[in-house]
Design a protein around this ligand. Structure first.
Ligand code: MG
Length: 261
């Protein structure tokens, strides 16, 4: 099944479900008890939002050997994790804003795991019980600031640096699906999730050995090789086989006349 979050006009955002090209409301929440109402709204007539409002976003660095190599980095012995703030989340068709502090903002197409149930010390064999589904993510990164700072918080955390969507797919076998990224139609990244260094189950187990995972938390599972620049006017698409296409335009952020940075 596909869960969406959407908005009609100025009405408050609601969760829904997708049936072909129609959307139905759900009563309750995908993270608890819910009831599906009739799918009677045309998808084209609603605005899709990020399909989840995460409490935390855990992202994984260098989880594809080819991507680690393109930065001259070793594949880590344990998952290398960092956090992105929930304030960086945007939805499908929302604009990625290039901040004035960076001259090298890059796309990173990633499979995102949506946690459905709270857990700590989750055994890899039980990880599936804690996963609601999957969505597409773009781990947008200010590469120059990442190099400059030596740690990743600033480079990964600007507003709009975590596009998510277009929906949560609950029926996906994540072991071998293609992830691709196109910028203005040009293919930049393409790989299968089978090339991941640490599997989804291993990542859920590892992260939950550190922090409790809550419903709605996200794990971004790393990006394959081929990351590259985003420029004003570009349109970037992250496509995941079995999920769909997350599309976002890119623009320069307007800068306050005076301010820090
Ligand atoms: Mg990444």
């Amino acid at each position: 099944m596909r869960f969406v979050r959407y908005q009609r006009g100025n009405e408050p955002p609601v969760y829904g479900w997708l049936f072909e090209d129609r959307v139905g409301m759900i009563e309750g929440s995908p993270f608890g008890d819910y009831r599906r109402l009739e799918a009677n709204l045309e998808l084209a007539r609603v605005r899709l939002l990020a399909p989840v409002t995460p409490g935390k976003i855990i992202a994984v660095g260098r989880n594809y050997a080819d991507h680690a190599r393109e930065h001259g980095a070793e594949v880590p012995e344990l998952p290398l994790i960092f956090l992105k703030p929930p304030s960086s989340v945007i939805g499908p068709e929302d604009t990625i804003l290039l901040p004035p502090q960076s001259h090298q903002v890059e796309h990173e197409a990633e499979l995102a795991v949506v946690i459905g149930r709270s857990g700590r010390w989750i055994h890899p064999g039980n990880a599936a019980d804690y996963i609601l589904g999957y969505t597409a993510a773009n781990d947008v990164t200010a590469r120059d600031l990442q190099r400059l700072d030596g740690q990743w918080t600033r480079s990964k955390s600007f507003d709009t640096f975590c596009p998510l969507g277009p929906w949560i797919e609950t029926d996906l076998d994540s072991a071998d699906v293609m992830i691709s990224c196109r910028v203005d139609g040009e293919l930049r990244q393409m790989a299968s999730t089978r090339e991941m260094v640490f599997s989804v189950a291993e990542l859920v187990a590892f992260v939950s050995s550190i922090m409790t995972l809550y419903p709605g938390d996200l794990i971004l599972t790393g990006t394959p090789a081929g990351v590259g620049p985003l420029l004003p006017g570009n349109v970037v698409e992250v496509e995941i086989e079995g999920i769909g296409i997350l599309r976002n335009p890119v623009a320069a952020a307007s800068t306050p006349l005076e301010g820090p940075g």
